[in-house]
Design a protein around this ligand. Structure first.
Ligand code: FRU
Length: 309
C-alpha cells in the first residue's frame, strides 16, 4: 500500500513536470496573419478568400484571420485597428477606397507590421509589397478591343467601379487613353456602379431609356457588365456589345458569360491570394521579396472562352 502510494506520487510528479514544465517556446511559433478584405460579398472576392484560406491551410506556421469590411471604409479602418490590437505579425489589405484607408495602413506599418497591399492600392509608400495586375494596362487592352469590335466608330457607355478605388481610376484612364487614338468613338454616358451587378443593371435601365443608340458597354468588372446585359435583354435591345473584367472561372463567372454570349470579352484579373500567403511567409521568415509583384492578365473572347472555363 505504502509502496503503491509512493509510486502514485511519483507518477503524479512526473506528469506534473511533463505538463507544466514543458517549455512553450519549444512548440513551433505560429505567425498571425490578418487579412482586411473590403467586401466578401462580391464573387471575385469570395474566390479570393477561398484561395487565401486554402493556401494558408497548407502552411502550419501561420494562422489567418479574415475580416470583412462589407464595402464600408470606416468598418475597414476599425477592422485594421482591431487587427493591430490583436498583435498580428503581418497585414494583408485589399482597400475599399484608397484615401480613407491610407492612414490606418500607415499606422500598422509604423508599428513595425509588414504590409502586403493586394489588388487595390493605397496612397502611401508605407507597405512592404504590392501584389496585383496592372489595371491601366487592362483598361488600355479593353479600349483597343473596343476599337476593334466597333471598327473604330461607335457610342460607348462606361460603368465605373467604385470611384475612390484605384482599379476603377486606372481602368478608366487606360481605356480613355486607348480610345482617344480614334476620333469616332464617343463615350456618351458614364456612372459609378460601385462594382455591383445590381447597380450595373439599374444604371443600364436608365441609360437605355435615355439613349436610343448605344453600341457598347464597358463595365469595370464582369458583375456590372452582366447586370447591364440583363437590362438590355429585358428591354429587348439587341446588338449592344458588353465588355467586362475579372474573367472568373465557374458557372457564375465571366468566362462562362463570354462562352454563352452575354459578354463579348473579359480580361482575367487574378486574385493573387495564394501568392499573398506565400509572400507573407517569406516576409515573416525575413526572406527578400519584390516590392511590386505584377500579375498577368489575359483577353477572353469567343475564341478561347470554352478552353478556359
Ligand atoms: C471585387 C472587385 C472585382 C474587381 C476588383 C477590383 O470587389 O470589384 O470585381 O475586379 O474588385 O479591385
Amino acid at each position: 500500500m505504502t509502496c503503491n502510494l509512493k509510486s502514485r506520487h511519483l507518477i503524479f510528479a512526473l506528469l506534473a513536470i511533463l505538463f507544466f514544465g514543458c517549455d512553450k517556446s519549444d512548440q513551433p511559433h505560429k505567425f498571425l496573419v490578418g487579412f482586411s478584405q473590403c467586401n466578401s460579398a462580391e464573387p471575385w472576392r469570395e474566390a479570393m478568400n477561398k484561395e487565401m484560406t486554402q493556401e494558408a491551410g497548407k502552411h502550419s506556421e501561420i494562422e489567418l484571420i479574415i475580416l470583412d469590411a462589407q464595402q464600408d471604409n470606416s468598418k475597414q479602418v476599425s477592422d485594421i485597428e482591431n487587427l493591430i490590437t490583436r498583435e498580428i505579425d503581418l497585414l494583408i489589405v485589399s482597400p475599399n477606397e484608397a484615401r480613407p484607408i491610407t492612414a490606418v495602413v500607415e499606422k500598422a506599418f509604423d508599428r513595425g507590421i509588414p504590409v502586403i497591399v493586394l489588388d487595390r492600392k493605397v496612397y502611401t509608400e508605407k507597405y512592404t509589397s504590392f501584389i496585383g495586375a496592372d489595371n491601366r494596362l487592362i483598361g488600355e487592352a479593353a479600349g483597343k478591343y473596343t476599337i476593334e469590335l466597333l471598327g473604330g466608330k461607335g457610342k460607348v457607355v462606361e460603368i465605373w467601379g467604385l470611384r475612390g478605388s484605384t482599379p476603377a481610376i486606372e481602368r478608366h484612364e487606360g481605356f480613355r487613353k486607348a480610345i482617344s487614338e480614334v476620333e469616332d468613338i464617343e463615350v456618351i454616358y458614364e456612372q459609378d456602379g460601385a462594382w455591383l451587378r445590381r447597380r450595373g443593371r439599374e444604371i443600364m435601365e436608365n441609360v437605355l431609356q435615355r439613349f436610343s443608340d448605344i453600341d457598347l458597354v464597358y463595365a469595370h468588372n464582369d458583375p456590372m457588365a452582366i447586370g447591364a446585359y440583363l437590362a438590355a435583354q429585358n428591354a429587348q435591345r439587341p446588338g449592344i456589345r458588353f465588355i467586362g473584367i475579372d474573367g472568373l472561372k465557374g458557372t457564375e463567372g465571366g468566362i462562362k458569360a463570354v462562352a454563352t454570349g452575354m459578354l463579348d470579352a473579359t480580361f482575367v484579373y487574378p486574385t493573387g491570394a495564394a501568392l499573398a500567403i506565400t509572400t507573407a511567409i517569406k516576409i515573416l521568415k525575413n526572406e527578400k521579396v519584390d516590392r511590386n509583384i505584377t500579375l498577368q492578365t489575359q483577353l477572353i473572347n469567343k475564341s478561347n472562352a470554352d478552353e478556359n472555363l
